[in-house]
Design a protein around this ligand. Structure first.
Ligand code: BES
Ligand code: ZN
Length: 876
């Protein structure tokens, strides 16, 4: 908890470590309330830092120090000194063996950082700065060491795991047992892991391209052993994919994954021993939705890919986080695109970016992909570092082409293997491998804010020349007022009047990447008889906003004809935004609402177009979320957004009722569940139709929903129908469906989390009171982040209507929960507060109420640095 104001750390202050640790020998004696940790560190003065011998500073938090010894002699104070942040030791020689004994309390560790207990299983989470909650250590990623770990435990925890290979195991005289693990690769402390529990595992093997056999194991509590197969299949696909696409082989003889129920994040790439949030690894056809199956495949891939992009080559300091996360998100996105529908994956990712990352970049916590400063690094695992960071890597891929990019990544891995490096090292490798200059491109790493491209065009009939004028600008952000022009790849096509792609250059290409480098640029295309229609930023080739005055007619044309699937969807979004803005305006001016007939016809067209991928049809039909409409608004009028969207949704449902019904019936074929891309696409469209039908609240539609709920044989269909009942069904039927579902699934943690989330996102009035009741339900557990995210996070992030109630009750509720949670788990509390930080963008009443809720958190005092940083920065 906060004593004084937490201090700000700056990238410009980076200095190499004073001391290096060549070997780290750890010895754990596990006890729930008093685990003994003995560490032996082979330490040497860092030659790059100088020749004098400054005190050795070790990080350490919440540790009970028992003894400190150097080369076998016990030290006494003042040779060493304990501070709230760690330990300072006077040093007399450039090389020595340091031995420290300390005690920790895993059972009372509710922060889920360091060593903690989850359902009686010991596990660790060390990224970013959790290792200092285990023992005193230079807990920074540029100190890389060879680790050996011995775990001693009573026999009720038969499985004892750590990084690398097991080199010894046996029994102690007192009846306990032990295992010793050795990791042959140097690594920073944040990649350390330890697991001990009564676990079972599934096992498989993978033969690498060079013929080595790797043992693959997935560990879970015994009751979940039947839910590991999908993760194992995903892991083998990811291993093969990284060999084929990046030439990267796995390097140890064993790769282990452990599922735990209590976890702050999705999963963690600890060397050879990945630890996963159960929700991101366990799945079975009966219990997991299609999106859970896909999420698991991508996260298993993501953590596996870190073995190279993160572990073999790691970050020099935490400002460089995007070096490993942005790159690895790009890698997992490409993996998922190759395994499933590329276009749909792209649409999903861009929706997330535009809705949430753009909002972050325009809000009080805006920061560059490589931040310049932070108070608490946990707050910087953001959409900007991850998703915008991945877009920056994608732009390099676009600019260099697949071969050039591969040359660059090969050089990067080869040059920096075993090292802790910077984002700039990554760029330099790309430059050196391709003989190009990326000086201007580097601004993407240092400049915050979402760039805007203003596009206008002109056609010279006499000369047959079509020209595009593109201007770039970037709004000011908190710490950065003036922005430099960026190097932006803009992929475009031009459509003729029958909707075909025009030839753009002498090579005969119908698509071109325009490289924008100046504030204003004009591009000319010749040989045209008629003015073409531009298809801009195809495949979303850069994380920018594009403004071009498309008419509704032109958008409908692009929806029908654009050869770029992404832009077909994008045209539908632009069209929907235009219609929704008009509805909002009419609502504010007290005019009657009406949906334009052209829009209805465009949607009817899409629904009946059998040539389109059903998943794409579903994405187009769903309408932009309230969140994304809010993000597009200069001033958010929450009530008008809700009214406009509900009106549009219901109007479409009524106008297209027969078509929706027919499509539903066509797709509702009974066949055995399989989460392949085609079936997933069909279920997605089917359930989108079902939700529309339910929104009419017609008797026959609600009957259909009830029928699906009762007959569903997979969780996707079951959850979709339950959600429709919760939102639209009559109260009694809805309540009994909720109860029946719980009775049936209460033994399955993942399904219960889903059940909680569906209830908290109900748009019906009265939901907040139901949520308060739900928090007293046996299924809720305040110490479990997944449950907190499902109930409170679901309300704040996915229940736009009820969260934004005019009386401010939603904001006040979230503020109260943040204050309570901060005492248990600061990381979770700091994430939960985000939805009430963007008060400046809201219209008067909500803005004031949101700000008051935020101030209430600040006034509660005794805040963690995590929550303090977010709240204080947003009140500025
Ligand atoms: N290294 C992170 C996990 C992490 C982040 C641990 C912050 C501790 C603090 C991991 O590789 C990761 O990025 N996980 C993501 C999922 C991924 C698919 C983007 C997560 O946990 O959300
Ligand atoms: Zn990651």
């Amino acid at each position: 908890m906060q004593d004084a104001q937490p201090k700000t750390i700056y990238l410009k202050d980076y200095q190499v470590p004073d001391y290096l640790v060549d070997n780290t020998d750890l010895h754990f004696e596990l006890e729930p309330k008093a685990t003994l940790v003995k560490s032996q560190l082979k330490i040497r003065r860092n030659p790059e830092a100088g020749k004098d011998l400054p005190p050795l500073l070790l990080d350490g938090i919440d540790l009970e120090l028992l003894s400190v010894a150097i080369d076998g002699s016990i030290l006494s104070q003042p040779t060493y000194q304990v501070t709230p942040q760690g330990l300072s030791i006077s040093v007399e020689k450039p090389e020595f063996l340091l031995e420290i004994h300390n005690r920790i309390n895993p059972e009372d560790n509710t922060s889920l950082e360091g060593l903690y207990l989850s359902n009686d299983m010991y596990c660790t989470q060390c990224e970013a700065e959790g290792f200092r909650k285990i023992t005193f250590y230079p807990d920074r990623p540029d100190v890389m060491s060879k680790f050996t770990t011995t775990i001693v435990s009573p026999k009720d925890h038969p499985v004892l795991l750590s990084n690398g290979n097991q080199i010894d195991s046996g029994y102690c005289e007192d009846g306990r047992h032990f295992a010793t693990w050795e990791d042959p690769f140097v690594k920073p402390a944040y990649l350390f892991a330890l697991v001990a529990g009564d676990l079972q595992h599934v096992e498989d093997t993978f033969t690498t391209g060079s013929g080595r056999e790797v043992k693959l194991q997935i560990f879970t509590e015994p009751k979940n052993i039947g839910k590991c197969d999908h993760a194992m299949r995903s892991l083998k696909k990811a291993m093969r994919w990284d060999e084929e696409m990046y030439g990267r082989e796995y390097d140890l003889d064993i790769f282990m994954v452990v599922a735990v129920d209590h976890f702050n994040m999705g999963a963690m790439e600890n060397k050879g021993l990945n630890i996963f949030n159960s929700a991101c690894v366990l799945a079975s056809p009966e219990t997991a939705t299609d999106s859970a199956f896909q999420r698991i495949e991508s996260i298993v891939g993501h953590e596996y890919f870190h073995n190279w992009s993160g572990n073999r080559v790691t970050c020099r300091d935490w400002f460089q986080l995007s070096l490993k996360e942005g790159f690895t998100v790009f890698r997992d996105a490409e993996f998922s695109a190759d395994m499933n529908s590329r276009a749909v994956k792209r649409i999903e990712d861009v929706s997330l970016l535009r809705t949430n990352q753009f909002a972050e970049d325009a809000g009080p916590m805006a920061h560059p992909v490589r931040p310049d400063s932070y108070m608490e690094i946990s707050n910087f695992y953001t959409l900007t570092v991850y998703e915008k960071g991945a877009e920056v890597v994608r732009m390099l891929h676009t600019l260099l082409g697949p071969e050039g990019f591969r040359k660059g990544s090969d050089l990067y891995f080869e040059r920096h293997d075993g090292c802790a490096v910077t984002c700039d090292d990554f760029i330099v490798a790309m430059e050196d491998a391709n003989q190009i200059n990326l000086t201007q491109f580097r601004h993407w790493y240092s400049q915050a804010g979402t760039p805007v491209l203003d596009v206008t065009d002109d056609f010279d009939q006499a000369k047959g020349v079509y020209s595009l004028k593109i201007s770039q600008s970037c709004p000011s952000t908190t710490d950065q007022k003036d922005k430099l022009p960026l190097h932006i790849p803009v992929k475009i096509g031009l459509l003729d009047q029958s909707g075909n792609d025009c030839v753009l250059n002498s090579k005969g290409n119908t698509e071109e990447v325009l490289e924008i480098t100046k504030s204003d640029q004009v591009f000319e295309f010749s040989g045209f008889q008629e003015k073409p229609l531009p298809s801009l930023l195809r495949d979303f080739s850069a994380p920018v906003r594009v403004r071009y005055p498309y008419t509704e007619k032109q958008l409908i044309f692009l929806m029908r004809h654009d050869s770029d699937t992404f832009n077909r969807w994008d045209a539908s979004q632009r069209l929907a935004f235009l219609a929704l803005s008009k509805l909002q305006k009419d609502y504010r001016n007290g005019r009657a609402l009406q949906l334009q007939p052209e829009l209805v016809e465009a949607y009817r067209d899409v629904l009946s177009n059998t040539a389109l991928d059903p998943a794409l049809v579903a994405e187009i039909l769903r309408l932009p979320s309230e969140q994304s409409i809010a993000e597009m608004s200069d001033l958010i009028d929450a009530e008008a957004i809700v009214v406009a969207r509900e009106f549009a949704y219901k109007s479409l449902a009524e106008a297209l009722f027969p078509e929706l019904w027919a499509k539903y019936s066509e797709l509702n074929a009974q066949k055995p569940y399989d989460p392949n891309a085609k079936d997933i696409a069909e279920r997605s469209l089917k359930n989108t139709c079902l939700t529309y039908l339910a929104a009419t609240e017609k008797f026959e539609a609600l009957e259909l929903v009830q029928k699906q709920f009762e007959a569903a044989e997979n969780m996707t269909d079951s959850a979709a129908s339950l959600s429709a009942l919760i939102n639209y069904g009559d109260m009694q039927k809805s309540d009994s469906a909720i109860q029946d579902f719980y009775q049936h699934w209460k033994g399955d943690t993942q399904v219960v989390e889903l059940w909680l989330g569906l209830q908290s996102s109900s748009a019906r009035n009265g939901t907040l009171n139901k949520i308060k009741d739900l928090m007293g339900h046996p299924a809720f557990e305040v110490r479990n982040p997944n449950k907190v995210r499902a109930v409170i996070g679901g309300f704040a992030n996915r229940n736009f209507k009820q969260f934004h109630k005019e009386d401010g009750s939603g904001f006040r509720f979230v503020a109260e929960q943040v204050i309570l949670l901060d005492k248990l788990n600061p990381q979770i509390a700091a994430r939960l507060v985000v939805p009430i930080t963007r008060w400046k963008k809201y219209s008067k009443n909500l803005s004031e109420k949101m700000k008051a809720a935020l101030q209430h958190v600040l006034d509660a005092g005794e805040l963690s640095p995590d929550v303090f940083e977010v709240v204080s920065k947003s009140l500025k």
